[in-house]
Ligand binder design. Structure first.
Ligand code: NAD
Length: 519
């Protein structure tokens, strides 16, 4: 049976979407439907001069946008919130054709930007309002913290959540008064382009949100050299390159990078729930979630019980190419990525690991399908033991003591996400506190942490610098101006006052301020 492309994804629609991408060279990249490998559209590729022009246009629009009262800016996102939800199915169609993920994940992804908008529509007014602080001399001085937009933010997004990472971080920067130049991954440029179209339909000024496309190393240098701040989501290796260049330019960068995330199942865990969690944690989005689980640590007393149920669940997953809610797991993003996942499994097996289930590509389903795979005997000298596989592959490990489980969970360069399962919540939370990770979910895999938009979410160790969400997720896109006012000339010795008596009065004044609490 041939696969019917979603009705909304017409050639004319795709041509309109990509017509926004500048390319004076006329160069294009063949953007394909993952399930079939067929070319969907020729994606224009931007030159350094195109990128520079995109920044000039965004900067001109940003100067006006920053003058809009915040209430007016937020009005755009109130309208956009409704538009994004009304068009969730079309967004999911585009996410699916370009990434190959299953329908459930595509729809869930389409909901992330509206959740982010909802949070900051409520929170931005108090975060961006000027905050009066005390000055050094009570009553006669004031200091006010004023938040100003950085200017134009360069956003670099990966392919695994192209709509969420392309839109949500940009929307937050826009709310703070910035312009945007976005570089999506070539493979997955369609859904963010649709997002920009919806934002403009909601009233976002034209020109404020630019998009440029091309291979990362071709686009990156010009983009970073023109940006006032960089928001990057992607691999740790690329994050290091971006961070170095941003550092040289003395601009800030938020780097949201990879993980090798552990799940610890405690001896009092509800095993059925933990298995259900692990199925999503390992195979959700075909294992291509930065916060997903690649290592599961099980107590000796529950190892066999968990393993039997988990293997059964993995083997009963429906895997396939479909634009409806049928398949529980979709494709990997590309044949190249499938090769990478396969190489991790083959390397593990060659070095002594055992495939409990799965382990093979599924060319019968499409060019980039791979089976849900569970391994035992994975060690740190294997690719799958030390580096991020980013596919539907997990290693099972047995531990004797909780201290050993925590040490194993922390034995990694990464620190993005962890998951702890147990019915005694105090005990589980105490264990969570000992895990070196920017996010830890108790009795969940990742959604509880990631969907808590009021709390910053980021990685530690080699998993990142900075965070999205929470107050810092918005404030990072602002510079602080310390506006200080001296109402009377009282600093320093007064005319006729000798320096000794000035110092005496200043020191006793400081003591009095400490005692009275006046600042
Ligand atoms: P990647 O680093 O290869 O690419 C990410 C983006 O950077 C793409 O748009 C790519 O074109 C661009 N890029 C590549 N080289 C560049 C360069 N030299 N200069 C500028 N841009 C460049 O990562 P990927 O394979 O696309 O994405 C998967 C990775 O992203 C995984 O490691 C995953 O864990 C990580 N990720 C992290 C988060 C998070 O929030 N921490 C979220 C999603 C994905």
């Amino acid at each position: 049976m041939t696969l019917q492309r979603p009705a909304a994804v017409t050639d004319a629609f795709l041509e309109t979407l990509v017509s926004r991408v500048p390319s004076t060279s006329g160069g294009t990249w063949k953007l394909t439907e993952v399930y079939t490998g067929e070319v969907l559209v020729e994606l224009p590729q931007s030159t350094p001069a195109d990128i520079e022009r995109a920044f000039v246009a965004a900067r001109a629009a940003q100067r006006e946008w920053a003058q809009w009262p915040l209430k007016r800016r937020l009005g755009v996102f109130k309208k956009a919130h409704a538009l994004f939800l009304d068009n969730a199915q079309t967004t999911a169609d585009l996410i699916q054709v370009e990434s190959g993920k299953n329908r459930r994940m595509a729809i869930e992804e389409s909901c992330d930007p509206p959740m982010v908008m909802s949070h900051y529509i409520k929170r931005a007014p108090s975060l961006l309002a000027p905050t009066k602080r005390g000055g050094p001399v009570p009553f006669l001085t004031t200091s006010t913290e004023i938040r100003q937009p950085k200017g134009v933010v360069g956003v670099i997004a990966p392919w695994n959540f192209p709509f969420a990472t392309g839109m949500s971080d940009a929307i937050t920067a826009l709310i703070a008064g910035n312009g945007i130049v976005l570089k999506p991954d070539n493979k997955t440029a369609l859904s963010p382009l649709f997002g920009i179209q919806m934002l403009e339909q909601a009233g976002l000024p034209k020109g404020l949100f630019q998009v440029v496309c091309g291979e990362g190393p071709d686009i990156g240098p010009t983009l970073i050299d023109n940006a006032n701040y960089v928001m990057f989501t992607g691999s740790t290796a690329t994050g290091r390159v971006i961070g170095e260049r941003a550092g040289r330019n003395l601009i800030g960068a938020c780097l949201e990078l990879g993980g090798k995330n552990p799940m610890i199942v405690l001896d009092d865990a509800n095993i059925d729930e933990a298995v259900q969690g692990a199925v999503f944690g390992v195979f959700g989005n075909t294992g291509q979630i930065c916060m997903h689980i690649e290592r599961i640590y099980l107590p000796e007393s529950r190892y066999e019980e968990f393993k039997a149920k988990f293997v059964r669940a993995a083997e009963s997953l429906t895997v396939g190419a479909s634009y409806d809610f049928g398949p529980e797991m979709g494709s990997l993003v590309s044949p190249d990525h499938k090769e990478r996942v396969q190489s991790h499994v083959e390397d593990a097996v060659a070095k002594g690991a055992t495939v409990v289930t799965g382990g093979k590509a599924r060319p019968d389903l499409g060019p980039a399908f791979f089976e849900p795979t569970i391994l035992e005997g994975v060690t740190k000298d294997m690719l799958a033991g030390a580096t991020e596989t980013f596919g539907p592959v997990v290693g099972l490990y047995c531990y004797r003591t909780v201290d050993e489980a925590i040490a194993l969970a922390n034995d990694t360069d990464y620190g993005l996400n962890a998951s702890v399962w147990g019915t005694d919540l105090d005990r589980a939370c105490a264990i969570a506190a000992r895990i070196q990770s920017g996010n830890v979910n108790v009795n969940d895999i990742l959604a509880t942490a990631f969907a808590s938009k009021g709390t910053p979410s980021g990685g530690v160790k080699q998993s990142g610098v900075g965070a999205r969400h929470g107050d810092q997720g918005l404030l990072k896109y602002t510079d602080i101006q310390n506006l200080a006012v001296l109402k009377k000339q009282v600093m320093g010795a007064q005319p006729g006052q000798d320096y000794d008596s000035y110092v005496k009065s200043m020191l006793s004044g400081l003591k009095m301020m400490r005692r009275t609490g006046i600042r």
